[in-house]
Design a protein around this ligand. Structure first.
Ligand code: PNS
Length: 192
């Protein structure tokens, strides 16, 4: 059975990886599907997020990372998947996730949503929390894989450098050629 684990993964956290590892034992194949979302200003490009996920899951032969546009159920059908996988951290997630599962059911009766309870130690963890900590100079080493933590530190160091230059000159410096997108100015709604 093929399962799709859709999300923003901006960036992938140890909480996501907990769900991915456990689902890899339950399903024949797990596709971690990164949504190309034009409505969000991400910290990392889709390509960077795919690389972060691939590096973090290279020990799991039945896990792949892919990007998609549009409706998740359409992508699931295209991949011949039967299951949409989502992690549940707390009751607060449940309301949103249940609504999403019901909505997806109206779009396709063939695809089932399966919820995995996040392991206790990650019940507080979200990509937004990681970005918030890093933005204010805190360590995220215990929340994301080491290579992702490095990407995050580099991203915020770049942002701090450019904003210091802005303060000193009163002008915004030209955007450095970099594959990083500009970090969002504010952390938006809570992401998984
Ligand atoms: O990690 P996130 O941001 O909580 O993931 C949300 C995601 C990508 C699973 C959800 O927004 C989604 O499925 N978007 C695709 C559009 C869609 O299918 N909408 C109908 C279901 S509400």
């Amino acid at each position: 059975m093929i399962a799709i684990y859709p999300g923003s993964f901006d960036p992938v956290t140890l909480g996501h990886l907990d769900i991915i590892q456990r689902s890899a034992r339950l399903f024949d194949h797990v596709v971690v599907a990164v949504l190309r979302n034009p409505n969000k200003t991400p910290l990392f490009t889709v390509q960077q997020r795919l690389e972060q996920i691939r590096l973090s899951t290279k020990h799991l032969p039945n896990v792949e990372a892919d990007a998609f546009d549009g409706l998740t159920v359409n992508y699931a059908k295209m991949r011949q998947a039967q299951v949409l996988l989502r992690g549940l951290r707390a009751i607060s997630d449940f309301e949103v996730e249940l609504q999403m599962a019901h909505t997806n059911k109206t779009l396709s009766t063939q695809i089932e949503t399966v919820f995995l309870a996040t392991s206790n130690e990650y019940s507080f963890l979200s990509s937004s929390v990681v970005k918030e900590i890093a933005r204010f100079g805190g360590s995220v080493d215990h929340l994301v894989p080491a290579h992702v933590a490095l990407n995050i530190y580099q991203c915020y160091a770049h942002k701090n450098t450019t904003s210091n230059q802005t303060t000193q000159t009163g002008k915004t410096p030209p955007h450095k050629s970099s594959s990083m997108e500009s970090p969002p100015e504010k952390i938006g709604e809570q992401e998984a």
